[in-house]
Design a protein around this ligand. Sequence first.
Ligand SMILES: [Zn+2]
Length: 351
Amino acid sequence: MEVTQSVSRERKHTNITSSRFGRGCARGIGKELSRFLVCSMEIPWNLTKALLQAEPVHVVMVDTLEENIIEKQVKAAPACDCVVGIGGGQAIDLAKFFAWKLSVRLVTIPTVISVDAFVTAAAAIRRDHKIVYVGATSPDPLVIDYDLIRTAPAELNIAGVGDLLSIHTATYDWEIAERYKHSEFPFSQESVAKARSILKSHILDKECEIKSLSDEGLQTIIDGYIEINTICLPAGHYRVEEGSEHYIFYELESRLQRSFVHGHIVGLGVYLMSKLQNNESDAILTFMNNVGLRYQPKQMELTKADVIHSLKNLQQFIQAQKDLWFTVINVEEITDEWIATAIAKLEFNHD
Ligand SMILES: [Zn+2]
């Protein structure tokens, strides 16, 4: 596939062919492109269309990522030689899907860094409402314009740390799996150590920069994502950044049938599961409080009953799912006493 081959040899462990970082670096980029199609949403498109300084042949506003519908949108699209994704995760994922299907160049201009869609190769779309990952893409370039990203609500950019904080619990889960001889992949202590050093140097040591969303704060989150890909892409799995902290979120999402800001709910998961792991949960809580990550149940309109129900249901939930990895949830008992301590520092609006 052409898009896969465009990944340059030097950067084979990331999916990014080229990148631009800086204040105002999105300005005028449309003038470098000929027939380009834009995938975006109303707010990010209104913020950026003048910046591009050129007219696209067509603009697709994302309203769904359901495969049968977006397949039709691809077929109906006018001829183009480049797809530009502008916005958050959904706009970027749709652009990745278009670029992959049309085998044309992809340019991504994230306007918020709440999720890491802009550094992953596959497009997350929905097939019969379930998330599936399809295709392989590589932005050329990935455009990180700090000024543009700072136009998004601060809490959404801060949410970007969620999928890096998850390294804290996910690496621990992988060690547990190895100890119990249940690791689904060949265990690598080197990958675990490298992931932890990314978490420390890019996130935990950069509290002030992240809190203030300075240029350095934004860049450190993005570099964290890119660095973690250098572990995950060659390994072919995301064991170092996904584990029990995501599973509690899956349980909540599927039972309550509602969506969450990914980094916020994962933050709550990292706290609760690090508590279950007996793995420095208070340090994680302090960090999340200091940077202003909105992980508290009351900020997500989760009741105390919701959280308790989720914790009680967790073991049954993971057993019912056939494809989840072995984690702390498989080995630690979740008792009523433990739940009472685990939620003691959480804030709720209602019971
Ligand atoms: Zn995640």
